[in-house]
Design a protein. Structure first.
Length: 284
């Protein structure tokens, strides 16, 4: 069930990220640089964590420790991303949007690092604990749970959550804190049911020592089969097409479809129109 927490976290940032940055005064041009947090953290975190977890010999197995640590980091990222005014208040600059934007950017990186730490070991856990005859069913179940979590996130993004949860400041706070709950709750069955055994590396002779960490990491890229290379190329262009839609759709609805203004005062009609558009856009 780890995948439900990962998908909820990613979808929550996709739905709310650009509207939050724009409302703090960041230009749309700069938000495109902010969204480098996801692919860059995935580019470095997943291979490194994967290589380390492949060698990890702890009593909890190779994967669950990294999933737990990733979930805790992602939870901190979600909480901080919901509250960029915290750091501004701590330094006595509660009206300084630059400070808040900087803290939001750091929080976005923390969130993506945590989610990527969960994602790689999570997929590997399925292959580690499922017999070969059940691996196809296991992968299908992970994909199904991920899709259900994505639907849930977008539906909650559409609902005016503060009507049901009035103790939250706004819908963004509510959705991000719900994300923390989902990440932690879905972690529990993953840890309990993912019954790993301590990893014991195969014996190696002096004439054939185990490859070093960086050599093994390099082999992930150099030893790809032609089929995997073609798959990587397809995924590269697929994500290149999908990412603009993913990052800017809710903001587009708020500004262009509903003619709202993210930087208007909160009591202004144009601000309310923008927030309504963001909620409607989350259904996309």
């Amino acid at each position: 069930m780890w995948t439900m927490g990962v998908t909820f976290g990613f979808n929550a940032e996709f739905v709310l990220g650009t509207p939050m940055f724009v409302s703090l005064g960041m230009s749309h041009l700069l938000t495109s640089f902010a969204w480098l947090a996801g692919p860059l953290s995935g580019l470095f975190v997943q291979p490194i964590v994967g290589a380390i977890s492949d060698r990890y010999q702890g009593r909890w197995g190779r994967r669950r420790v990294f999933i737990i640590v990733g979930a805790l980091i992602a939870s901190v990222g979600l909480i901080c991303f919901a509250n960029p005014q915290w750091i501004a208040e701590l330094v006595g600059q509660d009206d300084n949007n630059t400070i808040m934007i900087g803290f939001a950017l750091v929080s976005l990186w923390v969130l993506n690092i945590g989610l990527n730490m969960m994602q790689g070991p999570g997929w590997a856990l399925v292959l580690d604990i499922c017999p070969v005859s059940q691996q196809k069913a296991g992968n299908s179940m992970v994909s199904t749970l991920s899709a259900l979590s994505g639907i849930l996130t977008n539906l909650l993004g559409f609902v005016n959550l503060v009507e049901f949860l009035p103790f939250f400041e706004d819908n963004a706070h509510a959705l991000l804190y719900i994300g923390v709950i989902v990440v932690l709750l879905t972690l529990i069955p993953t840890v309990l049911a993912g019954n790993e055994k301590r990893y014991v590396p195969p014996p190696t002779s002096d004439s054939a020592p185990a490859p070093g960490f960086f050599k093994e990491l390099k082999s992930f890229f150099t030893d790809m089969t032609p089929a995997v290379i073609r798959l990587v190329i397809v995924m590269f262009f697929a994500f290149g097409c999908f990412s603009p839609f993913q990052f800017y759709f809710t903001d587009y609805f708020g500004e262009e479809v509903y003619d709202g203004n993210a930087t208007a005062p909160e009591y202004a009609t144009s601000y309310e129109d923008y927030q309504t558009g963001v909620r409607m856009g989350s259904l996309g």
